[in-house]
Design a binder for this molecule. Structure first.
Ligand code: HEC
Ligand code: HEC
Length: 299
C-alpha cells in the first residue's frame, strides 16, 4: 500500500475503510434502538404461503456480540497489518517481505546443490546432466516466455541455439548479457540515407548481402549509401558484437525478412531490450543457466 503516487489516495482509502467500519457500528446501535412498527401481536404484517407470518423479535444476543466482535477484530487487524491506506501496521508484515524471505530461504536451501556447480566452467556444466536439468528449469521459468520453450526465439527475440550472436556467444559474453541485460538500439536512419528511393536501394543492397533475391541495379546504387550503416554493421555488413548490431549477411532475420521489413527498420529504427536478470537470479543460478545456453549452441 506504499505505491500510491500521492498521499491523497492513501487518505481516501483509509477514510472509506474507517467510515465503513463505523457505519456498521452505527447500524447496529440505531436498529437496536428503533421502535418497530409492528402490530399488537408482534407481527410485521408480512404473510407468506397463506399463514406464514413474519414476527418481529430482537436479534439473539450472541448474534449482536458476534457483530461487535467483527468490528473490534477489524480494528485490531488494521493496527497490526497493512490495510489502512499507507499505514504499514505495527507487525511490519508485507507480502513483498514474505516473498523476499521465502526466496532467501529457498536460495539458502539450494546453495549446497549449487556449490559444486560454481567450481565448474560453463563448458563443463553443459556436459553435466544434473546441472543441465536445473539449467532447463531455470530457463523455463525465467527465459522461455521471451525466447520460446525450445530457445529458438521469435520475431524480435533472438534464437539462442543457432550460433548467431548479436552480443557474443562465448560463456563470458552470454553471462554478461544475462547479468546486465542488453539494449539493441538502431536509430532511425532515413534522414541519413536520403530519399525514399535511396532507402529502397539500401534495402535491396542489404538483401544482396545474404544472397537473397534482390534487384541488382537498385542494390548497386544502394551500396554507396550503405556507408552510413557501416559504422554499426561493419563495411562487410557482418555486424559488430560491441554495438549489438545484427549480421546482415547470414540470412537470419531477427525482425523479419523482406524489402518492406528492412525499409521499416531503416525508417523507424528499433530499440530491443533484454532485461537484466541479476536481481532475479542468484550468481550461481546465472552461472548454471549460462552453461545451459552455451551448451544449446555448442552441442
Ligand atoms: C522480457 C523478454 C526477455 C526475457 C525474460 C529474457 N530475454 Fe534474453 N533477450 C531478450 C531480447 C529482446 C533480446 C535481444 C536484445 C537485442 O536485440 O539486443 C535478448 C537477448 C538475449 C541474449 C543475447 C543473444 C545474442 O544474440 O547475443 C541472450 C544470451 C539471452 N537473451 C539470454 C536470456 C536468458 C538466459 C534469459 C533468462 C534468464 C533471458 N534471456 C530472458 C528478451 C528477453
Ligand atoms: C547506431 C548503430 C546502427 C546503425 C547506424 C545502423 N544500424 Fe541497423 N541495427 C543496429 C542494431 C543494434 C541492430 C539490432 C537491433 C536489435 O537488437 O534488435 C540493427 C538491426 C538491423 C536490421 C535487422 C536485422 C535482423 O536480423 O532483423 C537491419 C535490416 C538493419 N539493422 C539495417 C540497417 C541499415 C540498412 C542501416 C543503414 C541505413 C543500419 N542498419 C544502420 C544498429 C545500427
Amino acid at each position: 500500500m506504499s505505491d500510491f503516487t500521492s498521499n491523497f489516495w492513501a487518505l481516501y482509502v483509509a477514510g472509506i475503510t474507517l467510515v465503513s467500519i463505523l457505519a456498521c457500528l452505527v447500524l447496529l446501535v440505531v436498529t437496536g434502538k428503533m421502535s418497530p412498527s409492528t402490530a399488537a401481536d408482534n407481527t410485521t404484517g408480512h404473510v407468506w404461503d397463506g399463514d406464514l407470518r413474519e414476527m418481529n423479535n430482537p436479534l439473539p444476543r450472541w448474534w449482536s456480540y458476534m457483530f461487535v466482535f467483527t468490528i473490534v477484530f477489524s480494528l485490531i487487524y488494521l493496527v497490526l497489518y497493512p490495510g489502512l491506506g499507507a499505514v504499514q501496521g505495527t507487525l511490519g508484515w508485507s507480502s513483498a517481505k514474505l516473498h523476499a524471505d521465502e526466496v532467501a530461504k529457498g536460495n539458502a536451501e539450494t546453495a549446497p546443490i549449487y556449490a559444486k556447480f560454481t567450481t565448474m566452467t560453463p563448458e563443463e556444466l553443459s556436459k553435466d546432466p544434473k546441472a543441465m536439468a536445473i539449467g532447463e528449469r531455470l530457463y523455463s521459468n525465467n527465459c522461455a516466455q521471451c525466447h520460446a520453450s525450445d530457445a529458438r526465439g521469435n520475431k524480435g527475440f533472438p534464437n539462442l541455439t543457432d550460433g548467431d550472436w548479436l552480443h557474443g556467444g562465448t560463456p563470458d559474453k552470454i553471462k554478461e548479457t544475462i547479468v546486465g541485460g542488453r539494449i539493441g538500439n538502431m536509430p532511425p536512419m532515413a534522414a541519413a540515407v536520403g530519399s525514399p528511393e535511396d532507402v529502397k536501394g539500401v534495402a535491396q543492397y542489404v538483401l544482396s548481402l545474404s544472397g537473397s533475391p534482390h534487384d541488382a541495379a537498385l542494390a548497386e546504387k544502394g551500396k554507396e549509401k550503405f556507408v552510413v550503416c557501416a559504422a554499426c554493421h561493419g563495411v562487410d555488413g557482418k555486424g559488430m558484437q560491441a554495438v549489438g548490431s545484427a549480421n546482415l549477411t547470414d540470412n537470419i532475420w531477427l525482425h523479419g525478412f523482406g524489402e518492406k521489413t528492412i525499409i521499416d527498420m531503416i525508417n523507424n529504427g528499433k530499440v530491443n531490450v533484454m532485461p537484466a536478470q541479476a536481481s532475479k537470479l542468484t550468481e550461481a543460478q546465472i552461472h548454471v543457466v549460462t552453461g545451459y545456453i552455451w551448451g544449446m549452441s555448442n552441442k
